[in-house]
Design a protein around this ligand. Structure first.
Ligand SMILES: [Zn+2]
Ligand SMILES: [Zn+2]
Length: 263
């Protein structure tokens, strides 16, 4: 499996991805916003785009569909529950569906609600597992729930699905928010040395060369994967005394998400 990350260089800091078969050069583009950039990248690498995957219906993940389809004839794939809002979807996806790219790439569909009600992540298994996670999991952060989502559902997606993937899983999110999210981690957990080191590294990179994290790293510096951490809970209690001495993980997650909304 070949993966090319394409930086959109926009205010929303979007990433697009090309996932290609090393044997046939067929490629799937994830969340095209800037169609021209996606088409140019495919051409530069000798890839033929045959499929588009929208992780969810927000326009910054779908606006390039029409131009990519016009240029390539690609089929559009999306969560079956989001297909009506996106329009032009050729294949509605459900949990467990397999998306094939060329001869060598197989991606498993995860149904991952929270940022929106109908959101999919694609998971590549094998020696180099990889997760294309849209606006669900970010580097050192979690997606917001302003545009039709629900923080309780996002919590369940994190705990029941994402946190259980192998630590070696590479994380390919829909936006570049690493430094900002790490600063939030340090605000919540000032003693987190992994976050401090990662923040120095993030600030030394331009977004287009931001490093790709693994889930194992995320567990060390992503507040939303550290719900049992005593420092995080103690500082959260300073802010929300009503959570008591032993808040459950769902309460910790939802309160962290609430804090992050205005941080
Ligand atoms: Zn979104
Ligand atoms: Zn987005």
């Amino acid at each position: 499996m070949l993966v090319e990350r394409i930086w959109a260089a926009n205010d929303l800091r979007n990433f697009h991805y090309l996932i290609a078969c090393s044997q046939t050069g067929e490629a799937l583009v994830v969340d095209p916003l800037d169609a021209r950039l996606c088409l140019e990248a495919a051409r530069a690498h000798g890839f033929t785009i045959t499929q588009i995957l929208n992780t969810h219906e927000h326009l910054d993940h779908t606006a390039g569909n029409a131009d990519v389809v016009a240029a390539t004839g690609a089929k559009v794939l999306a969560h079956a529950g989001a297909a009506g809002r996106i329009g032009g979807v050729d294949r509605g996806l459900a949990r467990g569906d397999i998306v094939k790219v060329g001869r060598t790439v197989e991606l498993e569909t995860l149904d991952t609600p929270g940022h929106t009600r109908s959101h999919v992540c694609l998971l590549a298994h094998g020696d180099a597992p990889a997760l294309f996670c849209g606006d669900t999991l970010f580097n050192a952060g979690a997606g917001n729930c302003h545009g039709g989502g629900d923080p309780g559902l996002l919590y369940e997606t994190f705990v029941d699905q994402l946190a259980r993937l192998p630590d070696a899983t590479r994380v390919y999110p829909g936006h570049e928010y690493m430094a900002r999210n790490l600063a939030f981690t340090l605000d919540r957990e000032p003693g987190n040395t992994a976050a401090a080191q990662a923040l120095a590294g993030a600030r030394a990179h331009k977004p287009e060369t931001a490093r790709i994290t693994t889930l194992g790293e995320e567990k060390r510096f992503n507040t939303f994967l550290r719900l049992a951490n005593p420092e995080i809970i103690a500082r959260l209690r300073d802010r929300f005394p009503e959570i008591g001495e032993n808040p459950d993980a769902r309460t910790v997650f939802v309160k962290l998400r609430e804090l992050r909304n205005s941080w």
